[in-house]
Design a protein around this ligand. Structure first.
Ligand code: SF4
Length: 299
């Protein structure tokens, strides 16, 4: 993740006990979208028993054909529970986390030989000093593979996710750490109507990705009550930001006085015959005068 690697999409499965119970529903939901592969899962662990079951959950997912890397999220003061076999550790960090806890978390990741993602749980100006403290703790533990993440809470009062993510990116750059991958976590916070949540998640994450901020996006599998739909949203955000072309993309002009045929009907006919062509951009233009210029972006 990061650098020249493509932006990844991960699904958050919630607490491990729930993830175990929902493994069947998850595989059914994702099987409905065979054209898109989930590139990672994240599970929450808060106690020793849960940490012991991470390997079993990874096996259970693999048996259902869902063999993507399984990462584990823990609060900073529980980093000692970090289980072997996790693809990476995601450590939730609040302003109250002590430097000793941050260093302990970085040492746990270093001991397991896995990357550590600092999941920043503060907002606004406080982010800069937390970025500094997380980088410093990583340095103390000689941990090289570090990520930073921020969660979007569209329905939360005073939410300023895009602004905060830009602030984090600027702080990393100021500290000479611009290569640290940033994970954008969408769809968090108080519940909101599905359409509102979809719009906010797509615009917030999409705006940042278009700015070049974000190396992975992570969405709760249960965001729309259907993991397949959530995964589909992840890929559509990437396609909208021109970071990945997974579907046939149709670029149609709005038509105007120059159009001498039924553009809508023609577009529908072309779509019906070409939408199986994955990763191709097809422009359907209404005239020969401006059309060639307007379709310059197409294949
Ligand atoms: S491509 Fe031609 S028909 Fe379509 S909007 Fe532009 S000028 Fe009008």
């Amino acid at each position: 993740m990061g650098g020249e690697e493509p932006v990844r999409v991960e699904l958050e499965l919630g607490p491990i006990a729930e993830a175990e119970q929902k493994a069947d529903a998850l595989s059914v939901g994702l099987a409905l979208r065979p054209e898109i592969a989930c590139e990672g899962f994240l599970v929450d662990v808060r106690e020793e028993d849960g940490a012991r079951r991470v390997g079993l959950l990874a096996d259970a997912l693999a048996r259902r054909g869902l063999a993507a890397p399984l990462s584990v999220r823990l609060p900073a003061d529980k980093a000692g529970l970090a289980p072997a076999g996790a693809a990476r550790l995601v450590i939730g960090v609040t302003e109250d986390a002590s430097d000793a806890e941050l260093t302990g978390a970085a040492q746990a990741a270093s001991r397991l030989g896995v990357p550590l993602e600092w999941a920043l749980e503060v907002r606004g100006a406080a982010l800069a000093s937390l970025v500094d403290r997380a980088l410093e703790a990583s340095r103390r533990a000689s941990l090289l593979r570090v990520l930073i993440s921020l969660a979007d809470e569209p329905a939360a009062q005073g939410a300023r996710f895009v602004h905060d993510a830009r602030l984090v990116a600027a702080r990393l750059a100021a500290r000479g750490a611009e290569a640290v991958p940033i994970v954008l976590r969408g769809g968090h916070g108080p519940p909101a109507p599905a359409e509102e949540c979809l719009l906010a998640t797509a615009t917030d994450l999409g705006a940042l990705l278009c700015d070049g901020i974000g190396d992975a996006i992570s969405l709760p599998a249960a965001l729309f009550g259907d993991a397949g739909r959530t995964l589909d949203l992840g890929y559509r955000i990437l396609q909208g930001a021109r970071l990945r072309t997974s579907w046939t993309e149709f670029i149609s002009c709005p038509s105007c006085g120059r159009t001498l045929f039924d553009l809508e009907q023609t577009t529908a006919r072309i779509k019906a015959r070409t939408q199986h062509l994955r990763g191709v951009k097809i422009a359907i233009m209404g005239c020969i005068v401006n059309g060639p210029g307007e379709m310059a972006d197409a294949d």
